[in-house]
Design a protein around this ligand. Structure first.
Ligand SMILES: C[S@@+](CC[C@H](N)C(=O)[O-])C[C@H]1O[C@@H](n2cnc3c(N)ncnc32)[C@H](O)[C@@H]1O
Length: 247
């Protein structure tokens, strides 16, 4: 019987290979990840993450699970906004967590954070254990995103909230063409110069084009069981925030 396949950028690969390739990629860029994020997006990813916090409105005492949390950006912002909160950063790539832990120590936030290696599709946490689940620029890399959403629903407490920040599709065709020119021509070159790795950033731009559009992804949230599901476009749809509640 032939194995199911999936996308790795514009390549088609057996499903069983994708997680290993994603891990290899983020493992190799981990130490340059933060600086590349600022360079590629001209710092705009920070504005998008602040918009995520504005909509999420973190509250004192909440327990966050930040999946595909990488170097911890979202968790840091969440804790700062909440005043006092706990966050677990879960990621499949250990070197990304190692970079994040260094940052947490430098920013004196280490006591509020836990770092756990784990897969979004099989989270190592019990049912009903978090108030908030976030995944930022992560779900696009997961082999079966619907399974990650199902897992998010499982680990959230009743009344808990999911928020996804991800690259999305620009509804305006002309703008999409301009953006494609930038992303396919410039970003891999920036990756080569800054991180010494054009291929990883070629994957990044290809994976963005493969990800479902806003409405399709909204349907996936609903399928996982989330209610009051909705989305907001950021920067004309270059990225989008999706929100849903476990009621
Ligand atoms: C682009 S980074 C995003 C990091 C961070 N959330 C941010 O917004 O800056 C994507 C992260 O997803 C992680 N990842 C990919 N597939 C995963 C999976 N199946 N389970 C958990 N983490 C995963 C990668 O290791 C990587 O750290």
């Amino acid at each position: 019987m032939s194995e199911d396949t999936t996308h790795f950028g514009f390549e088609t690969v057996p499903e069983s290979e994708k997680a290993g390739r994603v891990q290899g990629l983020f493992g190799s860029v981990a130490s340059k990840y933060d600086i590349m994020n600022d360079a590629m997006s001209f710092g705009i990813h920070r504005i998008w993450k602040e918009a995520m916090m504005d909509w999420l409105a973190p509250r004192r005492g909440q327990r966050l699970l930040d999946v595909a949390g990488g170097t911890g950006d979202v968790s840091f912002k969440f804790i700062e906004r909440a005043g006092e909160a706990e966050a677990v950063v879960c990621d499949i790539t250990e070197p990304m967590l190692v970079e994040g832990r260094k940052r947490a120590e430098a920013e004196k936030l280490a006591a509020s954070l836990d770092w756990v290696v784990g897969d979004a599709m099989a989270l190592p946490f019990p049912d009903n254990s978090f108030d908030v689940y976030t995944i930022s620029f992560g779900i696009r890399n997961v082999t079966r995103p619907q399974e990650a959403l199902n897992e998010a629903f499982r680990v959230l407490k009743p009344g808990g909230r999911l928020m996804v920040l991800e690259f999305s599709q620009i509804p305006n065709e002309l703008m999409q063409k301009v953006y494609d020119l930038y992303s396919f021509n410039i970003i891999p070159q920036m990756g080569r110069v800054i991180a010494g790795d054009a291929d990883s950033y070629q994957y990044l731009v290809e994976s963005i084009r493969n990800f479902p559009d806003q409405e399709t992804f909204l349907g996936m949230l609903r399928k996982a069981g989330f209610e009051n599901a909705s989305y907001r476009n950021l920067s004309m749809g270059i990225a989008a925030l999706h929100s849903g509640w476990k009621i």
